[in-house]
Ligand binder design. Structure first.
Ligand code: COA
Length: 255
């Protein structure tokens, strides 16, 4: 099994740590497989009462591994990436994220499915799907406008502009901004508080909070997934991703 995601189970808290810092914690198929299975099993496993997702003090995740995406295009709803997205979006117990440094693409969109988000003051969020010839995923095309309002959502999703910890706090994506060295510890402390509470009350409360939008979220994910899958094979995405790997600016003049 890949060591690029570390799993640690203690005190009712399952901690999943992105551990591929040399590739900026970008996520490949093997890592999606581990994440998907962890959420699927964690939903059933009575030892898991809360999940924490965290990265390194310098980087949360650079999103999809672009090289891997070029070589292994996700195939359909049962692919590891879609299993992970469905797993986190429907996870019945609390999920907490600790985000420091860059959180790109799915590194940001997964946060819309977390219940609590703590950010290091170096956090930089971005969803540059359009700049990669792609479209939003993880129901972000539904959830970002709902949380940010249309015009700010357009800056994030159409222009693909980054936003930083204080802006995330202001719009409600982040609960608190702390020094990067304190972020993972804060997430763990909050997770332990939650893990000590009655699980049935937590689960019922989460279901009541999220239940009414669950169906719409899953429908949006499917619709986005169909576009995303098609666009991955088209010239704009190929050019953007090849340009990234070749460390040059993409040329969309023919796209
Ligand atoms: N997929 C594959 N490799 C990636 C990657 C990704 N998403 N993100 C970073 N890497 C690799 C880089 O190619 C580089 O490899 P190298 O050492 O062989 O040159 C290494 O990780 C370090 O990245 P680098 O870009 O030099 O670090 P940085 O600190 O200057 O910038 C980021 C960090 C995250 C801002 C930048 O790497 C980035 O923008 N990554 C792409 C994000 C992206 O578009 N994700 C896809 C969203 S769908």
């Amino acid at each position: 099994m890949t060591q690029d995601i570390l799993q640690h189970q203690e005190g009712g808290v399952l901690t999943l740590t992105f551990n591929r810092v040399e590739r900026k914690n970008s996520i490949n198929v093997a890592m999606y497989e581990v994440l998907a299975t962890a959420f699927e099993q964690g939903a059933q496993d009575s030892a898991t009462r809360v999940v924490v997702l965290q990265g390194h003090e310098t980087v949360f995740s650079a999103g999809n591994d672009i090289d891997d995406f070029l070589r292994n295009k996700p195939a359909g709803k049962d692919s590891p990436v879609f299993r992970f997205l469905r797993g986190i979006a429907t996870f019945p117990k609390p999920v907490i994220a600790a985000v420091c440094g860059p959180a790109v693409g799915v590194g940001t969109t997964m946060l819309f499915h977390c219940d609590l988000v703590y950010a290091g003051d170096n956090a930089a969020f971005s969803m540059p799907f359009v700049n990669l010839g792609l479209c939003p995923e993880a129901a972000s095309s539904l959830l970002v406008p709902r949380m940010f309002g249309m015009h700010r959502a357009a800056e994030a999703l159409l222009l693909g502009e980054p936003f930083f910890a204080e802006a995330a706090l202001e719009v409600g994506l982040a609960n608190r901004v702390v020094a990067p060295a304190e972020c993972n510890a804060l997430a763990r402390a909050q997770a332990l508080k939650l893990a000590a509470k009655p699980l049935a009350s937590l689960m019922t409360t989460k279901q009541l909070m999220k239940g009414s939008q669950q169906e719409a979220v899953l429908r949006q994910m499917d619709e986005e997934g169909a576009h995303f899958g098609r666009m991955l094979g088209e010239p704009a995405a190929r050019e953007a991703m090849t340009a990234f790997m070749e460390k040059r600016k993409p040329d969309f003049s023919n796209c």
